[in-house]
Design a protein around this ligand. Structure first.
Ligand code: ZN
Length: 389
Protein backbone atom coordinates (compact mmCIF):
# COMPACT_ATOMS: atom_id res chain seq x y z
CA UNK A 1 0.00 0.00 0.00
CA UNK A 2 1.45 3.38 -0.96
CA UNK A 3 1.44 6.34 1.40
CA UNK A 4 -2.15 7.45 1.75
CA UNK A 5 -2.85 11.21 1.88
CA UNK A 6 -4.25 10.82 5.42
CA UNK A 7 -0.71 10.07 6.63
CA UNK A 8 0.62 13.47 5.57
CA UNK A 9 1.23 15.98 8.40
CA UNK A 10 -1.61 18.40 9.13
CA UNK A 11 -0.93 21.49 7.00
CA UNK A 12 -1.11 25.00 8.43
CA UNK A 13 -1.01 26.28 12.01
CA UNK A 14 -2.77 24.73 15.00
CA UNK A 15 -2.89 26.37 18.42
CA UNK A 16 -3.55 24.17 21.45
CA UNK A 17 -4.59 26.31 24.42
CA UNK A 18 -5.87 25.75 27.95
CA UNK A 19 -3.44 22.88 28.63
CA UNK A 20 -3.64 21.74 32.27
CA UNK A 21 -0.18 20.13 32.57
CA UNK A 22 2.34 20.12 29.74
CA UNK A 23 4.68 17.13 29.90
CA UNK A 24 7.79 17.46 27.74
CA UNK A 25 9.16 13.90 27.84
CA UNK A 26 12.56 15.43 28.53
CA UNK A 27 13.96 14.27 31.85
CA UNK A 28 16.00 17.47 32.15
CA UNK A 29 12.74 19.47 32.46
CA UNK A 30 9.76 17.10 32.39
CA UNK A 31 7.09 19.79 32.94
CA UNK A 32 6.80 23.00 30.91
CA UNK A 33 5.24 26.14 32.40
CA UNK A 34 3.16 27.07 29.35
CA UNK A 35 -0.54 26.30 28.78
CA UNK A 36 -0.20 26.72 24.99
CA UNK A 37 1.44 24.84 22.17
CA UNK A 38 1.76 26.06 18.60
CA UNK A 39 2.09 23.57 15.75
CA UNK A 40 2.99 24.33 12.15
CA UNK A 41 2.72 21.77 9.34
CA UNK A 42 2.74 18.91 11.86
CA UNK A 43 5.82 20.15 13.72
CA UNK A 44 5.94 21.84 17.14
CA UNK A 45 6.67 25.54 16.56
CA UNK A 46 6.65 26.95 20.10
CA UNK A 47 5.00 27.42 23.49
CA UNK A 48 3.43 30.83 22.81
CA UNK A 49 -0.08 31.63 21.60
CA UNK A 50 -0.21 33.03 18.06
CA UNK A 51 -2.53 33.40 15.07
CA UNK A 52 -3.54 29.96 13.83
CA UNK A 53 -5.74 28.28 11.23
CA UNK A 54 -7.44 26.24 13.94
CA UNK A 55 -7.57 26.16 17.74
CA UNK A 56 -7.93 23.17 20.03
CA UNK A 57 -9.19 23.87 23.56
CA UNK A 58 -7.46 21.25 25.71
CA UNK A 59 -10.10 21.95 28.39
CA UNK A 60 -7.53 21.50 31.15
CA UNK A 61 -6.31 18.11 29.93
CA UNK A 62 -2.62 17.30 30.20
CA UNK A 63 -0.68 17.18 26.93
CA UNK A 64 2.31 14.86 26.64
CA UNK A 65 4.54 13.44 23.92
CA UNK A 66 3.13 10.27 22.35
CA UNK A 67 4.64 7.14 23.87
CA UNK A 68 7.28 5.18 21.97
CA UNK A 69 7.05 1.43 22.45
CA UNK A 70 10.76 0.66 22.16
CA UNK A 71 10.21 -3.09 22.13
CA UNK A 72 7.50 -4.75 20.07
CA UNK A 73 7.20 -7.55 17.55
CA UNK A 74 5.15 -6.50 14.51
CA UNK A 75 4.96 -8.70 11.41
CA UNK A 76 2.86 -7.29 8.56
CA UNK A 77 0.02 -4.80 8.59
CA UNK A 78 -2.12 -4.33 11.68
CA UNK A 79 -2.22 -8.07 12.37
CA UNK A 80 -0.23 -10.39 14.60
CA UNK A 81 -0.06 -14.12 13.82
CA UNK A 82 1.07 -14.82 17.43
CA UNK A 83 -2.44 -14.10 18.73
CA UNK A 84 -4.13 -14.14 15.32
CA UNK A 85 -5.35 -10.68 16.24
CA UNK A 86 -6.07 -7.73 14.01
CA UNK A 87 -6.05 -4.08 14.96
CA UNK A 88 -3.47 -4.28 17.76
CA UNK A 89 -1.48 -1.26 16.51
CA UNK A 90 -4.58 0.92 16.23
CA UNK A 91 -5.65 -0.13 19.73
CA UNK A 92 -2.18 0.78 21.05
CA UNK A 93 -2.53 4.24 19.48
CA UNK A 94 -5.72 4.46 21.57
CA UNK A 95 -3.43 3.61 24.49
CA UNK A 96 -1.24 6.66 23.82
CA UNK A 97 1.46 5.00 21.70
CA UNK A 98 2.44 6.90 18.56
CA UNK A 99 5.69 5.12 17.60
CA UNK A 100 6.79 1.49 17.68
CA UNK A 101 10.30 0.03 17.41
CA UNK A 102 10.52 -3.55 16.19
CA UNK A 103 12.68 -5.94 18.19
CA UNK A 104 12.42 -8.50 15.38
CA UNK A 105 9.62 -9.78 13.13
CA UNK A 106 9.85 -13.15 14.86
CA UNK A 107 6.18 -14.11 14.83
CA UNK A 108 6.01 -14.60 11.06
CA UNK A 109 4.92 -18.23 10.63
CA UNK A 110 7.82 -20.22 9.18
CA UNK A 111 10.15 -17.23 9.30
CA UNK A 112 13.42 -17.80 7.41
CA UNK A 113 16.69 -18.38 9.29
CA UNK A 114 19.13 -18.28 6.35
CA UNK A 115 21.06 -15.08 5.65
CA UNK A 116 19.32 -14.22 2.38
CA UNK A 117 15.87 -14.90 3.82
CA UNK A 118 16.50 -12.98 7.06
CA UNK A 119 17.80 -9.96 5.15
CA UNK A 120 14.88 -10.09 2.71
CA UNK A 121 12.32 -10.31 5.54
CA UNK A 122 13.86 -7.35 7.36
CA UNK A 123 13.83 -5.26 4.18
CA UNK A 124 10.22 -6.14 3.37
CA UNK A 125 9.06 -5.41 6.93
CA UNK A 126 10.88 -2.09 6.99
CA UNK A 127 9.58 -0.99 3.59
CA UNK A 128 6.00 -2.13 4.29
CA UNK A 129 5.75 -0.23 7.57
CA UNK A 130 7.34 2.85 6.01
CA UNK A 131 4.32 2.86 3.67
CA UNK A 132 1.61 1.59 6.03
CA UNK A 133 0.63 3.54 9.13
CA UNK A 134 -2.28 2.13 11.12
CA UNK A 135 -4.05 5.12 12.72
CA UNK A 136 -1.00 7.17 11.74
CA UNK A 137 1.36 5.08 13.91
CA UNK A 138 5.05 5.18 13.04
CA UNK A 139 6.42 1.63 13.05
CA UNK A 140 10.19 1.31 12.62
CA UNK A 141 10.42 -2.32 11.59
CA UNK A 142 13.03 -4.42 9.83
CA UNK A 143 15.10 -5.96 12.63
CA UNK A 144 17.00 -9.07 11.45
CA UNK A 145 17.56 -11.68 14.16
CA UNK A 146 21.23 -12.79 14.35
CA UNK A 147 22.15 -16.41 13.62
CA UNK A 148 25.56 -18.03 14.22
CA UNK A 149 26.40 -18.49 10.55
CA UNK A 150 25.99 -14.78 9.66
CA UNK A 151 29.39 -13.13 9.14
CA UNK A 152 30.37 -9.46 9.13
CA UNK A 153 29.40 -9.23 5.46
CA UNK A 154 25.79 -10.02 6.40
CA UNK A 155 25.61 -7.02 8.74
CA UNK A 156 27.36 -4.79 6.20
CA UNK A 157 24.76 -5.86 3.64
CA UNK A 158 21.77 -5.13 5.90
CA UNK A 159 23.28 -1.76 6.77
CA UNK A 160 23.64 -1.00 3.06
CA UNK A 161 19.97 -1.99 2.64
CA UNK A 162 18.95 0.76 5.10
CA UNK A 163 18.43 -1.37 8.22
CA UNK A 164 19.06 0.71 11.39
CA UNK A 165 18.95 -1.91 14.13
CA UNK A 166 19.02 -5.68 14.53
CA UNK A 167 16.44 -7.86 16.28
CA UNK A 168 17.05 -9.27 19.73
CA UNK A 169 20.29 -11.21 20.05
CA UNK A 170 19.17 -14.44 21.74
CA UNK A 171 16.00 -15.06 19.71
CA UNK A 172 18.14 -16.94 17.17
CA UNK A 173 21.21 -19.12 17.62
CA UNK A 174 23.46 -16.25 18.79
CA UNK A 175 22.93 -16.12 22.55
CA UNK A 176 26.11 -16.79 24.48
CA UNK A 177 28.50 -14.00 25.47
CA UNK A 178 31.42 -14.55 23.03
CA UNK A 179 29.13 -15.05 20.01
CA UNK A 180 27.02 -12.04 20.97
CA UNK A 181 30.13 -9.89 21.51
CA UNK A 182 31.29 -10.68 17.98
CA UNK A 183 27.94 -9.44 16.60
CA UNK A 184 27.82 -6.27 18.73
CA UNK A 185 31.43 -5.53 17.72
CA UNK A 186 30.66 -5.76 13.99
CA UNK A 187 27.46 -3.73 14.38
CA UNK A 188 29.22 -1.00 16.34
CA UNK A 189 31.81 -0.68 13.55
CA UNK A 190 29.05 -0.55 10.95
CA UNK A 191 26.75 1.84 12.84
CA UNK A 192 23.91 -0.63 13.46
CA UNK A 193 22.07 -0.50 16.80
CA UNK A 194 22.11 -3.73 18.83
CA UNK A 195 19.55 -5.06 21.31
CA UNK A 196 19.80 -8.25 23.36
CA UNK A 197 17.20 -10.47 24.97
CA UNK A 198 17.78 -10.85 28.72
CA UNK A 199 16.48 -13.66 30.91
CA UNK A 200 14.86 -17.04 30.30
CA UNK A 201 13.65 -18.22 26.87
CA UNK A 202 10.51 -16.33 25.74
CA UNK A 203 9.04 -19.12 23.63
CA UNK A 204 10.27 -22.51 22.49
CA UNK A 205 13.27 -21.99 20.23
CA UNK A 206 14.64 -18.87 21.91
CA UNK A 207 17.46 -18.93 24.46
CA UNK A 208 18.33 -18.25 28.07
CA UNK A 209 20.55 -15.15 28.23
CA UNK A 210 22.32 -14.38 31.50
CA UNK A 211 23.67 -11.10 32.88
CA UNK A 212 27.18 -12.41 32.13
CA UNK A 213 26.28 -12.89 28.46
CA UNK A 214 24.93 -9.33 28.32
CA UNK A 215 27.99 -7.85 30.02
CA UNK A 216 30.32 -9.64 27.62
CA UNK A 217 28.41 -8.35 24.56
CA UNK A 218 27.49 -4.86 25.87
CA UNK A 219 24.56 -4.30 23.46
CA UNK A 220 23.15 -0.80 22.90
CA UNK A 221 19.95 -1.87 24.67
CA UNK A 222 19.61 -4.47 27.44
CA UNK A 223 16.22 -5.69 26.22
CA UNK A 224 13.70 -6.44 28.95
CA UNK A 225 16.07 -6.36 31.89
CA UNK A 226 12.97 -7.46 33.87
CA UNK A 227 12.50 -10.59 31.75
CA UNK A 228 10.49 -11.33 28.67
CA UNK A 229 8.76 -12.74 30.59
CA UNK A 230 11.19 -14.72 32.81
CA UNK A 231 13.53 -12.49 34.80
CA UNK A 232 17.16 -12.91 35.77
CA UNK A 233 17.74 -12.76 39.59
CA UNK A 234 17.35 -9.35 41.23
CA UNK A 235 21.04 -9.23 42.15
CA UNK A 236 21.91 -9.74 38.47
CA UNK A 237 19.58 -6.84 37.50
CA UNK A 238 21.44 -4.55 39.91
CA UNK A 239 24.73 -5.81 38.45
CA UNK A 240 23.55 -4.84 34.95
CA UNK A 241 22.45 -1.41 36.22
CA UNK A 242 26.01 -0.95 37.51
CA UNK A 243 28.01 -2.33 34.60
CA UNK A 244 25.96 -2.57 31.39
CA UNK A 245 26.81 0.33 29.10
CA UNK A 246 23.61 0.12 27.04
CA UNK A 247 20.15 1.42 27.84
CA UNK A 248 18.17 -0.51 30.48
CA UNK A 249 14.76 -1.51 29.20
CA UNK A 250 11.79 -2.79 31.22
CA UNK A 251 8.73 -4.24 29.46
CA UNK A 252 5.10 -4.95 30.20
CA UNK A 253 5.51 -8.59 29.12
CA UNK A 254 8.00 -9.01 31.96
CA UNK A 255 8.26 -9.43 35.68
CA UNK A 256 6.70 -6.43 37.47
CA UNK A 257 8.74 -6.90 40.63
CA UNK A 258 11.92 -6.96 38.55
CA UNK A 259 10.85 -3.76 36.76
CA UNK A 260 10.75 -1.99 40.12
CA UNK A 261 14.17 -3.47 40.99
CA UNK A 262 15.51 -2.13 37.67
CA UNK A 263 14.12 1.32 38.49
CA UNK A 264 15.77 1.23 41.91
CA UNK A 265 19.02 0.05 40.30
CA UNK A 266 18.93 2.81 37.69
CA UNK A 267 18.26 5.45 40.36
CA UNK A 268 21.06 4.09 42.56
CA UNK A 269 23.49 4.50 39.65
CA UNK A 270 22.08 7.92 38.64
CA UNK A 271 21.02 6.35 35.33
CA UNK A 272 17.32 7.23 35.13
CA UNK A 273 17.96 8.71 31.65
CA UNK A 274 19.01 5.20 30.54
CA UNK A 275 15.78 3.54 31.73
CA UNK A 276 13.40 2.83 28.85
CA UNK A 277 10.00 1.13 28.87
CA UNK A 278 8.36 -1.02 26.20
CA UNK A 279 5.79 -3.78 25.96
CA UNK A 280 7.44 -6.76 24.12
CA UNK A 281 3.99 -7.27 22.55
CA UNK A 282 2.69 -9.11 20.66
CA UNK A 283 4.01 -11.98 22.75
CA UNK A 284 2.80 -15.21 24.25
CA UNK A 285 1.12 -13.14 26.96
CA UNK A 286 -0.87 -11.27 24.33
CA UNK A 287 -1.30 -7.64 23.44
CA UNK A 288 -2.35 -5.17 26.12
CA UNK A 289 -3.23 -1.92 24.34
CA UNK A 290 -2.62 -0.01 27.58
CA UNK A 291 0.73 -1.75 28.16
CA UNK A 292 2.85 1.39 27.87
CA UNK A 293 0.46 3.31 30.15
CA UNK A 294 0.57 0.45 32.63
CA UNK A 295 4.39 0.48 32.66
CA UNK A 296 4.57 4.26 33.20
CA UNK A 297 1.95 3.95 35.95
CA UNK A 298 3.87 1.05 37.55
CA UNK A 299 6.98 3.23 37.81
CA UNK A 300 4.92 6.16 39.13
CA UNK A 301 3.03 4.11 41.74
CA UNK A 302 4.98 1.06 43.00
CA UNK A 303 8.23 2.71 41.88
CA UNK A 304 7.44 6.06 43.51
CA UNK A 305 8.83 7.98 40.53
CA UNK A 306 7.13 11.34 39.82
CA UNK A 307 4.66 10.53 37.01
CA UNK A 308 6.10 13.15 34.65
CA UNK A 309 9.49 11.43 34.98
CA UNK A 310 7.93 8.00 34.46
CA UNK A 311 6.44 9.34 31.20
CA UNK A 312 9.97 10.30 30.07
CA UNK A 313 11.00 6.61 30.30
CA UNK A 314 8.50 5.87 27.52
CA UNK A 315 9.12 8.96 25.40
CA UNK A 316 12.16 11.24 25.61
CA UNK A 317 14.50 8.63 27.09
CA UNK A 318 13.68 6.28 24.20
CA UNK A 319 14.10 9.11 21.69
CA UNK A 320 17.52 10.04 23.02
CA UNK A 321 18.88 6.52 23.39
CA UNK A 322 17.45 5.28 20.08
CA UNK A 323 18.10 8.37 17.98
CA UNK A 324 14.53 9.48 17.21
CA UNK A 325 13.15 12.98 16.71
CA UNK A 326 9.72 12.21 18.19
CA UNK A 327 9.12 11.69 21.94
CA UNK A 328 10.00 15.19 23.18
CA UNK A 329 7.77 18.27 23.16
CA UNK A 330 10.09 20.97 21.82
CA UNK A 331 10.25 23.22 18.76
CA UNK A 332 11.28 21.35 15.62
CA UNK A 333 9.99 17.99 16.87
CA UNK A 334 7.00 16.18 15.31
CA UNK A 335 3.66 17.02 16.95
CA UNK A 336 3.00 13.46 18.14
CA UNK A 337 0.93 14.24 21.23
CA UNK A 338 -1.38 12.64 23.74
CA UNK A 339 -4.23 14.54 25.43
CA UNK A 340 -5.06 12.89 28.74
CA UNK A 341 -6.63 13.42 32.11
CA UNK A 342 -7.27 11.51 35.29
CA UNK A 343 -9.83 8.81 34.54
CA UNK A 344 -13.34 9.52 35.80
CA UNK A 345 -13.71 8.37 39.40
CA UNK A 346 -9.99 8.47 40.19
CA UNK A 347 -8.52 10.24 43.17
CA UNK A 348 -5.74 12.69 42.41
CA UNK A 349 -6.00 16.32 41.30
CA UNK A 350 -4.93 15.52 37.76
CA UNK A 351 -3.55 12.72 35.63
CA UNK A 352 -0.17 12.81 37.40
CA UNK A 353 -1.88 12.34 40.75
CA UNK A 354 -3.97 9.50 39.37
CA UNK A 355 -0.87 7.71 38.07
CA UNK A 356 0.92 8.14 41.40
CA UNK A 357 -1.86 6.15 43.05
CA UNK A 358 -1.73 3.47 40.36
CA UNK A 359 -4.60 4.46 38.06
CA UNK A 360 -3.75 4.57 34.36
CA UNK A 361 -4.53 7.81 32.51
CA UNK A 362 -7.72 8.31 30.53
CA UNK A 363 -6.56 9.09 27.00
CA UNK A 364 -8.76 11.85 25.57
CA UNK A 365 -7.22 12.16 22.09
CA UNK A 366 -4.06 11.25 20.18
CA UNK A 367 -2.38 13.46 17.59
CA UNK A 368 0.32 12.34 15.17
CA UNK A 369 2.16 14.85 12.94
CA UNK A 370 -0.32 17.49 14.07
CA UNK A 371 -3.35 15.48 12.94
CA UNK A 372 -5.94 14.09 15.36
CA UNK A 373 -5.97 10.29 14.97
CA UNK A 374 -8.35 9.28 17.75
CA UNK A 375 -11.09 10.81 19.81
CA UNK A 376 -11.66 9.58 23.33
CA UNK A 377 -9.74 6.33 23.68
CA UNK A 378 -11.30 2.95 22.92
CA UNK A 379 -8.87 1.22 25.28
CA UNK A 380 -8.55 3.34 28.43
CA UNK A 381 -11.18 4.36 30.95
CA UNK A 382 -12.79 7.68 29.95
CA UNK A 383 -10.82 10.80 30.77
CA UNK A 384 -12.56 13.23 33.13
CA UNK A 385 -12.21 15.99 30.51
CA UNK A 386 -11.85 15.99 26.71
CA UNK A 387 -10.40 18.59 24.35
CA UNK A 388 -12.82 20.66 22.29
CA UNK A 389 -11.92 20.91 18.61
ZN1 ZN B 1 13.09 -11.02 24.21
Amino acid sequence: MADAPKDAPEPGRTLIRNIGRLLTGDLAAPLAGSDCLLIEDGVIAGFEAAEADRTIDAAGCAVAPGLIDGHCHPVFGDWTPRQNQIGWIEMNVNGGVTSFLSAGEVHLPGRPKDAEGVKALAMVAQRCFANFRAAGAKVLAGAPVPELDFDRDFYAAVKAAGIRHIGEIGLGTVAKGPDAARVTGWCRELGIETIMHTGGPSIAGSHHVTAEDVLEAQPDVVSHINGGPTSIPHGAIRELCRHATGALEAVHNGNEKSAVVALEGALAESRLADLLIGTDAPAGSGVQPNGMLRMATLLASFGGLPAEQAWCCGSGNVAKRRGLTQGIVAPGRPADLVFMDRPGGSAGDDVLGAMAMGNIPGIAAVMIDGKMRTGRSRSTPPSARVPVL
